[in-house]
Every structure is written in C-alpha cells, then in structure tokens.
Design a protein around this ligand. Structure first.
Ligand code: SF4
Ligand code: SF4
Length: 457
C-alpha cells in the first residue's frame, strides 16, 4: 500500500507546493510518527492555502490520511491560523463525526496565532509538537513530515491518477479584482494579472502601469518578476502587484553589493536583528548582528560566526522588519552561503541538536499585522481574495523542465507532437532526484529547449 501511494505521487509529478518544490514522493517515503499539514500560509497577503482549505477541505484531510499511511505515522495535525474561520469550519466538518474512520486515525487541528514566520518548518514543528529540529536538520530528524496543504491536495488527486497540471495562487495588491485563481502551469504572469482585472491605477495621479512591479511569491520570501511573460510554476504561491516605490519592491530590487555597502557604513550593533531572528529564538547558534560586526572588521577566514550562515532560513525578518537602519544581515548570509558552496565547505559544526529556545521567544514573535504595516501593505491586507472557480484557458503555456529541487526533467515529446492535458511531457532522469512534468493544456508542442516546453492550444 505504501509503495502504491508513493508511486502514484511520483507519477503525478507532485512537489512541495509551499515554495521549495522538493519532490514529494521522496519526502513521504520516510518513516515518522507525525504528519503536519502546513496551512499557516507564512507570507503576508497570500490567501491561496486559506482558500484551498476552505473550499477543498475533504481532499486535504484525505491527503493527510494518505501521507500517514505512507509514512507509518499514527497522528496527523493540520496547523492553520485561528483567524481562518471558514477554513477551520470546513476542515472540522471533514473530521467529524467523532466515530468516523478519520477520527480513529487521529487527525486533529492545531490553531495558531498570526505571527511571522509561522509556516517556517522549524518554527511550525516546535509550535505544534514542542520538538526542536536540530541545526541544519529536517523535521524527519524529530519524527515529523511537514507537507503544505496544497501538496496534500495534489497527493489526494494523484491517488485518482490526476497529475499536477494547475496551480492555485493569490493575485493581489494593486489589481482591480484581487482573488485566488486556479491556473494552468506555464500561464504567463501577465495573463494572471489581467485575469484578476489588471493593474489598478489610482485616480488623480499620473501613474501608469510602468510604475508597478510584480512580486512572485510573498512579499517576504518572493522575488521581483523580470518580465510579464514569466510562467506560473508548480511552486508559485502568489503574485503581488505593487507600486515601485513600495518598501517591498525597494528591498527586493536592491542588489546584494548595495546591501553589503550599506551595512559596512552604518550598523550600530543594536542587535535587534538577532533578538527577533526566529532561528536564534529557537536556540540556534545564529546571531546576525555578529556577522555584521565580523564582516565589517574585514575578517576573511571562515569562523563559526560567519559559517553560521548555513543556519539562516532567509525569512528576511532581520532585513525587512527588525533593523532600524534598513540593513540586511540576510544579504551577508546569502553571499557567504554562496561562497561556502563554491569552496566545497563541509558543515560539521552547525549541527547541534541539544537546543534551548530563548526564554523571551513567546514575546518576540512578530505579529503579522505589524509586519504588514511595516512593509507598507496595510491597504491590501483585508482582502480575502476569494477563489475564482472559472477555468482560464491560455492560448500558449511555457512549462519549465525544472520546477523542483533536483535535476531538470527529461523531454518525452518533440516539436509538432499533439498532447492532451495531463499527458506526461518530461520525466525524472533515471536514478536522479526530480519530478515528472505534464501538459497543462491540450494542444501542439511548438518549441522545446533545455529549459522549457511551449504548448499552443
Ligand atoms: S533572514 Fe535574518 S531573521 Fe531570518 S533566519 Fe536569517 S538571519 Fe534570522
Ligand atoms: S539590527 Fe541593523 S543596526 Fe542593529 S545590529 Fe542588526 S544590522 Fe546592525
């Protein structure tokens, strides 16, 4: 039974839908005692997980049950924010009545307050189970599998032989009809923005569409789109349209070198970045104010302070919220990680498992509302971004061969082939980590490159 579940997930091309894109068939093959469904929706303004839980609760509960079967877990916990009232009600009604099979399989809800980064796996595992994932470890090391609710939905569909062809994503910010859309993978982001009513230009200003940027993903963990023709992928959680003078666009658009230059000249060692760092608060040996000091004094040898970069989860809290001087320890850490990887540096020191959370942790968690205000996003926060159930039919999709962690998928089609929606078009290379890729629309293969497949309807 376990092998059957894992094989169907593999065939369907399911990957982590929360953003990382780790191939799910590998993750669920591990043996654990607890499965945690991550419905915390970490980043501000994103609503797709919330909408999915409210509208597709049965499939999510089924996904939890399947991962419990595959991994041998004896309990499943669906973690979501208390304020997601419709989602809570929908999930609860799928866990009832108490005498049903589901209840006997021990699946329950865990309601959380709205803090950032509530959806970070290390934070989530601690909040839900009280277990501390070791430094640079995995939830697996403390007996847990964490799966995003979107992934669980796809797992449930995979058991019926339905491959991943579409992506539920929030399109919000300065658009006329902020909403959650279910779009074929490969749809250009410009068409997604248009399907949400297009960019909303304020009255009485001379602003044009040129004065707006699109953030792919959330405002904390996302990045700026370089072009409106970039495709939606299996891991696109949302698109946020913002004026170019918004703080988020400013942060995301600043080059690494510029962050480093600013840090050298102005860091006053106040240590706010450390005091609010979620990994430091869990007891990890990560103190971002020290890396600022270390680099600014021109140290070149990798010391434990510098190599602690591998402990940073790149949540951007230090950069976008904690630092009063708009500096970015995270940018330093990113650059250091890059250099350590290029040097083939092996981590043997940042692996502590005897961790003690900071005694003030509970009081230093950052409320979402304050983060949203700090990012200049309050005017967009109230929108629920309801699910639009209409089918969007793009004329052309550009489907990347690598939407996941691992090797790019290998083509199984050629130019001129006719494909139906759901057909396999690229597969996992033999013996490698990867994910299958399927046609998201029916049509003709117009182009193939080493990076993507273009299908026209
Ligand atoms: S990005 Fe900053 S706040 Fe987040 S884990 Fe890294 S150092 Fe800590
Ligand atoms: S919060 Fe900013 S100024 Fe304070 S120590 Fe960190 S980087 Fe330096």
């Amino acid at each position: 039974m376990t092998e059957q579940i894992v094989q169907k997930v593999k065939d369907a091309g399911v990957v982590g839908a929360g953003g990382a894109g780790f191939p799910t068939h590998v993750k669920i093959a591990a043996q654990v005692d607890t499965v945690i469904a991550n419905g915390a929706e970490c980043d501000p303004l994103l609503r797709s997980d919330q909408q999915l839980m409210a509208n597709r609760a049965a499939e999510i509960v089924e996904g939890v049950r399947l991962v419990m079967q595959a991994s041998g877990a004896d309990r499943g916990i669906i973690a979501l924010k208390r304020e997601y009232t419709s989602a809570v009600a929908a999930l609860q009604s799928n866990l009832q009545p108490p005498t049903s099979n589901l209840q006997s399989e021990n699946i329950s809800l865990h309601l959380m307050e709205s803090h950032y980064p509530a959806g970070d796996e290390f934070v989530l595992v601690y909040e839900v189970t009280g277990r501390l994932v070791p430094e640079t470890g995995l939830p697996l090391h403390v007996g847990c599998i964490v799966q995003n609710v979107g992934t669980l939905f796809n797992i449930a569909r995979a058991q019926k032989g339905i491959p991943v062809t579409h992506r539920l994503l929030t399109v919000t910010g300065a658009v006329n009809e902020p909403k959650t859309l279910n779009l074929p993978i490969g749809t250009p982001i410009g068409e997604a923005v248009a399907w949400a009513g297009g960019i909303k230009l304020p009255r009485w200003t001379a602003r044009t569409e040129e004065d707006y940027a699109v953030v792919v993903g959330g405002p904390m963990m996302g990045w700026l789109a370089q072009s409106l023709s970039e495709p939606i992928t299996k891991t696109t959680t949302g698109l946020i349209v913002l004026p170019k003078n918004n703080a988020v666009v400013r942060y995301l658009g600043r080059p690494l070198g510029s962050w480093v230059k600013r840090g050298r000249s102005t860091c006053d060692q106040c240590r706010d970045c450390t005091d609010l760092c979620p990994r430091y608060l869990l007891g990890h040996d990560l103190e971002p104010h020290k890396v600022m000091r270390s680099i600014n004094y021109g140290l070149t040898e990798p010391t434990a302070i510098v190599t602690a970069a591998v402990l940073c989860c790149e949540c951007r809290l230090c950069e976008a919220y904690a630092c009063p001087l708009e500096l970015s320890p995270m940018a330093y850490y990113k650059e250091i990680k890059h250099q350590l990887a290029a040097q083939g540096w092996e981590n043997v020191i940042h692996k502590r498992s005897a961790l003690t959370p900071h005694p003030m942790r509970e009081y230093r968690r950052v409320p979402m509302e304050r983060l949203v205000a700090r990012l200049g996003l309050s005017e967009y926060q109230e929108c629920a971004c309801p699910l639009d159930e209409r089918e969007y039919q793009p004329q052309r999709v550009t489907i990347p061969l690598k939407q996941h962690i691992g090797e790019p998928s290998q083509l199984v089609v050629k130019i001129g082939d006719r494909v139906q929606r759901g057909d396999l078009i690229a597969q996992i290379p033999e013996g490698k980590l990867g994910a299958n890729v399927h046609a998201s629309i029916s049509g003709r293969v117009e182009a193939v490159t080493g990076e993507h497949i273009v299908i026209v309807a």
